[in-house]
Design a protein around this ligand. Sequence first.
Ligand code: THG
Length: 296
Amino acid sequence: MLCFGESLNVMSTKIGKAFKERDPKPIQEEALFQKEKGMDYIDINLGPAKKDGPELMPWVIQTVQEVVDDIPLILDSSNIEAIEAGLKVYKPTKQSPIINSIMCRPARYEKMIPIAAEYKADFIALMWGPEGLPRDENERAALCVELLYAANEAGIENEKIWVDGIVTPVNIQQQQSVSLLEFQSMIGDIAPGAKSTCGLSNISNGPPVYLRPILNQTYMVMLERNGMLSVISDPLDEKLTAIAKGKRPDIVEIVHKAMDGTAPDPSELEKELADYVKTVDVILGRKLYSDSWLEL
Ligand code: THG
């Protein structure tokens, strides 16, 4: 599982301030930190950046690449001019940079696909359609086929496209977490050769902070089993990265068993593994979500 560091992010107080004041130090420290934590890509998230995006994105990219030039970058902003300005100054890395993201809305993708093609950038294909979040895996599949067809027509092959079926908070709509798992297992057929990614931490957006890691870790293993290739994740969560990098086969095994319904009863397991079994049941909707699911 590839890990894309999420925390070079305008929503973080420290980084948001550094973006605004054009202070390179916190940004360079964060990039070096993510490298040390084993991140495979760094997501540079400016948010909407409506006003100064086209000036800010190239500045952040150059600031990061001054200290880390061997990790590819992900350009994350809804400001199209900011993305293009960033690609213009991007110092080539072994893997192509990734545009985050192109939505399944013709008015957006008709502008952005030519930019991806011109700069030979990869892009994240976000399954967000004209009516917003798709209702189920079949709507996700229909959006995916439409967007990848448009990209293929422009000469971009599936291998440069990272499909993002969209992770949603488990405490709001459990059914959506299952729908994404279903969609994930369809990608190989509907988009052969395409890669995949997701904003993993979205699943735990809402639940108490101390419960976020177990939700993120469990869902990552479940998604990987269904074909997920990468996650935009929290580099501070060392256990998550360890699981992603194959260092916790015991956790992977218990999650798979829980998915199949063949795990032992949680009462027969040590607490660490029992928590993963309980969390699989919550994500799959076998148990109703409540903040106290681990205590039950
Ligand atoms: N898909 C794609 N790109 C994405 C997302 C996605 N980019 C943005 C987001 N979703 C993924 N990135 C984050 C970044 C931060 C957090 C979650 C997802 C997060 N931050 C903490 C918070 O908000 O509580 C801490 C912020 C802080 O440092 O203060 O949860 O789905 N393609």
